[in-house]
Structures are given as C-alpha cells and as structure tokens.
Design a binder for this molecule. Sequence first.
Ligand code: NAD
Length: 259
Amino acid sequence: MNLNLQGRKAIVCAASKGLGRACAFALAEEGVELVINARNAEALEQTAAAIRTATGVRVVAVPADITTEQGRTKVLAACPEPDILVTNAGGPPAGDFRDWDEQAWHDALDANMLTPIFLIKAVVDGMMARGFGRIVNITSGAVKAPIAVLGLSNGARSGLTGFVAGLARETVARNVTINGLLPGPFDTDRLHSVVAAEAERLEITPNEARERRMQANPAKRFGRPDEFGAACAFLCSEQAGFITGQNLLLDGGQYPGTF
Ligand code: NAD
C-alpha cells in the first residue's frame, strides 16, 4: 500500500531510541523528510545516520529536551511547517502517589501533557491552512487501563487525551487529524528498565520477569517497535484522513474489554 507520503515533512520527538525511532524509520521508508529530536546528541546522530543510510531521505537531528520551551523552539525552527507531528517524550517514574510532591506532578504534566499541547499549538493552524496535517501522540495503554504504580502517567496522559478529543473534531474538516497511539508492552529500553525493577522487587532474574510478562500477554510476546512504527505511518497516511480523535491500543490483546 502506497501511503502517499513521499516528500512530506515530519517532526518526530524523542526519536533516538524505542518507539519514536521506530516511527521515524517507518515514515522515512515512505519518503518523508525528517526532523528528529532527543536529548543525547550522539545517540540521536547515530539514529539519523542509520535512517539516512537505510532510506536516503533527508534527516535533520536536533538535540534538545523537548519538555522545555527552548527545546521545542529549536525543534520547530528546524521544521516550521511540518505536515506530520509525532509527539513523544520519556515516561514519568513509577511509584506511590503519597511520595509525589507538587514538582513531580508538574514534571509529569510538562512532559506528557503540556509538551504535546504546545507543539500542537505551534503547528496546527499552519497545517489547517495548507489542508494537510497528521498529528500522532504517543501516549500509553495506561490511558485506557490505568496502572496504579504509573499514577503520574495515568493522570498526565489522560489530560492530553481529553484535550485532544475536543480539538481533533475541530481540525479534521481541514484534513488535519489528531490521534493517540497507545503502546502496551513494547521491547524497548523503557520496558527493559521496568522489567529489571520488577525482577528486583520479586527477587527473580530479569529473564524470568521478562518471560512472566510475556506469558501474561495473549500474544505471548512483547510488541516489536517496527510494528508500532507501521501503525504510526498508517495514521499519517493520506488514506487515514477520516480517522481522528481516536486512541489506538497496540498491546497484543492485553486490554480485556470489547471496546
Ligand atoms: P525509550 O526509553 O526506549 O526511548 C525514549 C526516547 O525518548 C529516547 O530516544 C530518549 O532519548 C527520548 N527522550 C526521553 N526524554 C526526552 C526529552 N525530555 N526530550 C527529548 N527526548 C527525550 O522509551 P519508549 O519505550 O520508546 O517509550 C516512548 C514513550 O512511550 C514513553 O513515554 C513511554 O513511557 C511510553 N510507553 C512505552 C511503553 C513500552 O512498552 N515501551 C509502554 C507504554 C508507554
């Protein structure tokens, strides 16, 4: 299927590793020019080089903390008129809500709610004026099925999801869609650190913890980042213009509900 994205321009945030990287790769394979971002310049440049080598597309790497205003300004300056925006940032820490002070909540809201909202604010009017825009927010399966120890994530990402649900109905008439992609367990560094912490808590080896988690999933495995990237590329396609305000869960069937 040709997604009709050749020559489009995308900003993909937090893309040196994991799910952001996979989205960047999948878009580049469709001929999309990229501005990619992450905090670590070296890892980001390695990813940019790998994408250029594999696909031949133009990739600009902008090292910056996307959760800061300066970081967002740098990224937007490198691509002021994107056709596609993929928002992403590291997830907040797990823990007990009794231990989280006001700053912990502000940090989570900044990273996982306000950063995507400010990025959307910066690009959405231009997309509407040009008659094409695809915005994908990488959130979490926790939006649909909250995970108690990830209270900061549950709260901040639900705020983003609620905000986007309203806006997405105002932009679609101009061919600008806004959707959430909700990862369940995907085989990335983030998941490896979650599994390592679980192993320590349960006093088992990381391999055992990994195996237990995989067996608890109906698919009996973790998701592959390239599967996530492919879903992102489809939501960004010309053909996906009638899909907006949706929250697509990619979790191997872990969420037990029908809807
Ligand atoms: P990852 O740790 O593999 O990669 C995170 C990427 O984000 C890296 O490139 C890192 O450099 C970059 N990054 C982090 N903070 C940043 C910042 N402030 N500014 C710029 N770049 C930043 O993580 P991942 O598994 O790809 O997760 C991506 C998002 O999806 C996270 O918010 C995570 O909480 C969420 N998520 C992941 C899973 C999973 O199983 N992997 C499940 C649910 C939710």
